[in-house]
Structures are given as structure tokens and as C-alpha cells.
Design a protein around this ligand. Sequence first.
Ligand code: TRP
Length: 329
Amino acid sequence: MRAVTGIQPSGQVHVGNWLGMIRPAIALQDRYETFTFVADWHALTSHPDPDVLRRGSREIAAIFLAFGLDPARGALFCQSDVPEVSELAWVLGTVVPTGFMDRGHAVKAARDGGRDPNAATWWYPLLMAADILLYGANVVPVGQDQKQHVEMARDMAIKMNVRFGDDLLVVPEVSIREGVGLVPGTDGRKMSKSYHNTVPVLDAPARVRKAVLSIKTDSTGVDEPKDPDACFVYQIYRLVARPDEVEEMARRLRGTGYGYGHAKLALVDALERDVAAPRERYEALLADPATLDDVLSAGATRARAAAAVTMERVRERVGLHPRRSGGRG
Ligand code: TRP
């Protein structure tokens, strides 16, 4: 069974990205053959600074490796290293009407906000469907915000199969990442770069500590009992610490003599325990671009081998000739 995950490079990775997306994406390698890629073509739709995009793409790849993605098990690569993706997107574009594309939520959001989206933003769901269908993904684990895109990919696979034969493309299942729920930021709202409420992950320990200490708490005093579930520190701790430690913190918060300051320090320690080794690996990877490139090249080779199998079939069914130059790979 195959699982596909795409991640847009988008600035500094925070605890919310790590717990909500990166950690679950890496865990997939225990159960699936994984295709994990940096969605740099998708990122282009929002006009990033070229140097920022280049750097961000490498950083995301390094983060996945640092946190334990095993490139010997699953393919780790850059979307733009697999030109077959844009080739398949073109073919998919022929089976959906423009009205279907108008419903894509990125395009709708831009138009509702009075902006005229660029054509690639309109095309975005086709590129994403190609990412999914090219590798024959059985499952696509995404956050709620990407659910519609995976459903669109399903629709496109079904339309292709109706027209060109049942077994042409694997119809993928959406799987909404659950369990983690909302990771609160320092102000209690969902942790997000746009709210400026993030706790960094692989930054210097002093910065992580500073951010954790700034998490908003109410004015309940040290000697008054507190409700763990209403405490943002506890809500993050729950996702990081061991179950017995989590229970211990809940018990202490409910009792007296344990303040929010204590809870914050416990969270700092729990985070440090999990990220200290990845931070070192991350820094080593960024300092050694050749190794990172080797991993991404090997990932691209694997991804393209899988892509070639699908594209040969698609080309044949829709009436294109077999590729004349280059062939597979
Ligand atoms: N659009 C996704 C996002 O912004 C990233 C993405 C691109 C993706 N292609 C994908 C996710 C394929 C899953 C499968 O988060």
C-alpha cells in the first residue's frame, strides 16, 4: 500500500507543523510504502522569493531526515525533480470542466477576497491530483484544509477510469489526520505563522524556551487548583511527553503548589528531549549539501521509476505514442 505526502516549504518550522504534520507523515513509513516530497511547484503559486524557496525546500527535506524519515524505506524528493507530474496534470486537465476547477478552494478564496488568482492557482488541484495519482497512492493523509483537493483527485481518477479503462489509475482514499487535534500557539489560537504565535522546533534551545515561557496562561495562582484541559501548556505537553508524565502534570495542575511556570519548564524539557538529536542531525545535513543532494537524487530516481510506470500506461490508453526519447527514468 502506498501513501503520498506533499509539503510546501513555508518558512520556519514550528511545533504545530512538527506534531500535526511532520511526525505523523514520518510514522507512515512503518505501514506504507511512502512517497514524501517537497511541493516546490505548488509553492511557486504564492510567489516566494527565489532564494527563500530554494533554501526552504532544502530545509524541509533536512527536517524530515533529521526527525527520522528513512530514505531507504520511503522516497524523499522534490516535486519539481519529477517532470511526469506536470505531464499527468495536463492529461487530467482534459477530463474536468472549468467549472469543476472554479470550485477549488484556493481559487475561491482569492476571488472571494476580490483578488484575481494566477492561472497556476486555478490549476493547483490538477497538479496535486497528479502528485497523488502518479504514484498510485492508496491513501493520502492530509489536514482538513487539504481534504477537498484529495476529493478532487479521486473524482479525476474516477473520470479517467470511466473514460479510459477501470484499472488505469488507483482511486485514492483521503485520510484526515486526527488524534493530534489543534496544537495551540503561545496565545492559545491554533499555532500558525500568520498569527505570530509559534514555538520554533529546531531553533536554539534558548529561543524555544523563551517562546514556551511566553505561552498565555490565566491568573490562577500557584496554590489554587487548575483545569489542565484549559491550559495551553498542558495541551502541547500532552502531545510530547510520555503518558505517565502527562498524567502526572494533570494531577499536579489539579492540585495545589504547582504553577504554570512549573508546567512550562516541564514542557521545555520534554521538547528538548525529543528535538536535541534531530537538531544536531538537521544542522549536520544543512552543513553538508552534497549528502542532502544524494538523498534527494536517489529519491527522485525512485519516484520517477514509479511515475514512468503510470505514465506509460496513461500515454498508451489516451492515444499518445510511447515516449520516443529518454524513455523511462
Ligand atoms: N497542497 C498541499 C498543501 O499545501 C501540499 C501537497 C501538494 C500535497 N501535493 C500533494 C499533499 C499531494 C498531499 C498529496 O499542504
